[in-house]
Each structure stands twice: as C-alpha cells, then as structure tokens.
Design a protein around this ligand. Structure first.
Ligand SMILES: Cc1cc2nc3c(=O)[nH]c(=O)nc-3n(C[C@H](O)[C@H](O)[C@H](O)COP(=O)(O)O)c2cc1C
Length: 309
C-alpha cells in the first residue's frame, strides 16, 4: 500500500488505566505496516490530582456537568493534519466526559482535525457512561464529526461491587481488594483490556479492504453492554447534578470557599439519593417492568448505538 492509513488517538489517563486500554486497542494498528498511529495525550496545565482529595473530588462535578474546559497544554498537532480515522478515548467524570477530553474537544485544533472525520469513542469507566456519551455525541455533532463506533469497557466488580470500590480507588490511589474481598478490586479486568485488540483488528480489516468505514465497523464484537437498570438512575442523577451544579457554579469557581458549605449539603443529598431514592426507583421500575419492556428495549438499542451489543 502506497499511502498509509493515518489514525489519531486522543487520550488522557490519571491512573494509567485508560492508557493501557488505548494500547490494547491500538496494538494491531501500531504493528501493521500500512497504518500510522499518532497518539495525542492531553495534558491539563494544572494537573488534576490522583488520588483525589475528598472535597476536591466533589468540587469538580459542576464543571464536569457544564463542560467547562480547563486550560490544556498546546497540542503538538497544528490542525492541518489529515487523519483517516480519529479515536477519542475518555473516562467518565460525573456522568460527563472527563474535563481534559472536554477541553480538547472544545479547542481550535480539534475543530480543524475532527471536521467531517469518522470518529470512534473508547470509554473505560466504572459503569455509568450513557449520559457522558450523550454529551460526547453533541460535542462531535458540533464539530461536524461522524461518530461511527463506540466501545465501553467497565469495571469488573459489577454495579454493586464497584459502587464503593471505584470511588475508594480514585480517592486513595489503591485499587484494592479491601476487607478480605468484601470490597472487590476496582478497575477494568486486565483480560478485558487485552481482548480490546479485537477492535483494532476489525479496523484494520475495514480500512485495508475497500469495505467502507461506517457505523457498522464495530458491530458483533461486544463493544458495549447497556445496563438497562442504570438508564433511569443516570438520567435522574444527571438532572440533580445540573441543578446543584448550577447553584455551585454561581457561588464561585472550583476551590472557592463559598462553595464549601453547599458542597457539604450536596454530599448529604447525594448519599440520601443513593441510599433511598435509587433503590426505591429500581424497585418501582422492576414492578412496572412488564408494562415498560418495549420502551426499555428501544432505549437499550438507542444507547447501544452505533456499535450494538
Ligand atoms: C472525578 C471522577 C468522577 C468519576 N465519575 C464517574 C462516573 O460518573 N461514572 C463512571 O462510570 N465512572 C466514573 N469515574 C471513574 C472513571 O471513569 C475511571 O474509571 C477512573 O477514574 C480511572 O480512569 P483513569 O484512566 O483516568 O485512571 C469517575 C472518576 C473520577 C476521578
């Protein structure tokens, strides 16, 4: 092949987990002589801490939810480069794409690079990514980019297990397990990360032949699994993030003293919401599930797109 296929992978990671996922995914592409892969690691000017101090962690949610971009270091790319495919790898922060990736997508370079280009999103998070991907879809649409695939890798511990395991990991820097395994190990399973090379292989197959690179590119590879039980919880949590986030942002920027008392109130609200409202709403949804089966099947199909189960 005379002209190599050029692929850009944009990524950011605090613990290194998403970097491992990016490497697992892209290894076949990197090894292939007909492909040229460019990695663009996003670097905030003021790094976000890892592990996160408790209050700083919660104090970040208003900016995440309102997609307020932090300053990031200048890209080594000019924007004039021409990529055949762009992969945007991101983790979820408070049901939104993480702030460094949000900042990149709002940069002038991104608007040049992504315009009219096919994009695959690659997520590694606890397990709540549906609302973040909705934000991502809007940002890509605004950039005139075409979302053709999505891969979402989630924590091995499952919904209940990761509920404490993941926050404890990002607040302590230690994945666990804890309490003799009562709180399982946090993070995406290593074998799931290793198996993500199948996505890179599929991309090679599609781009090397004259098959077209469209939204069928990653189907039938188990790219995403939509947990239907989380759809309504994510929607309700996002609504509450927006209300509290608006209030907190009106009090000052991240870190401002005025935000602290309201932040404490918010944390109390969040704990009661998680302990009381979410289980009750899940129970209610279970009781009425025979009536909502079709609606939920449609929602599952929608959120699973474009790569399907
Ligand atoms: C501030 C913050 C908020 C997070 N919010 C979510 C979330 O809403 N949903 C989710 O599934 N995971 C959430 N996570 C977990 C991350 O998506 C991710 O799994 C973890 O931070 C490891 O990513 P890394 O590659 O940057 O180390 C959050 C993590 C952080 C630090």
């Amino acid at each position: 092949m005379l002209n190599k296929k050029r692929i850009l992978i944009v990524h950011y990671s605090q613990s290194g987990q998403l970097t491992e996922v990016v490497h697992g995914f892209s290894q076949p592409l990197v090894d292939h002589p007909d492909f040229e892969v460019t990695f663009e690691a996003i670097k905030p000017i003021q790094e976000f801490p890892f592990p996160w101090p408790f209050l700083r962690f919660f104090d970040t949610f208003p900016e995440c939810v309102y997609l307020d971009p932090p300053a990031i270091q200048e890209s080594k790319l000019t924007g004039d480069e021409n990529f055949d495919l762009i992969i945007v790898a991101y983790q979820v922060w408070f049901l939104s794409p993480s702030l460094p990736i949000t900042a990149f997508l709002q940069s002038a370079v991104a608007s040049q690079l992504l315009k009219g280009k096919p994009v695959i999103t690659l997520i590694a998070c606890r397990n709540m990514w549906l609302m973040a991907q909705e934000e991502m879809k809007i940002m890509l649409l605004n950039l005139d980019a075409k979302l053709i695939g999505n891969v979402a890798l989630v924590d091995a511990a499952g919904n209940a297990g990761s509920f404490l395991a993941t926050p404890l990991w990002v607040l302590s820097g230690n994945k666990g397990p804890r309490l003799g395994g009562i709180i399982p190990k946090a993070g995406v399973a290593p074998e799931v990360i290793a198996a993500s090379s199948r996505f890179g292989e599929r991309i090679i197959d599609r781009m090397s032949s004259d098959k077209c690179l469209d939204s069928s590119v990653l189907i039938n590879l188990g790219a995403v699994d939509v947990n239907e039980k989380l759809i309504s919880s994510e929607k309700a949590a996002k609504r509450s993030f927006r209300i509290w986030g608006m209030l907190l942002r009106s009090l000052g920027p991240r870190g401002s003293l005025l935000r602290k008392p309201v932040l404490f109130l918010y944390i109390l609200f969040l704990v009661s919401f998680i302990v009381i409202v979410i289980p009750l709403s899940m129970l209610f949804k279970l009781l009425i599930s025979p009536l909502t089966r079709n609606k939920i099947a449609k929602q599952k199909e929608y959120y699973g797109g474009p790569s399907g189960p």
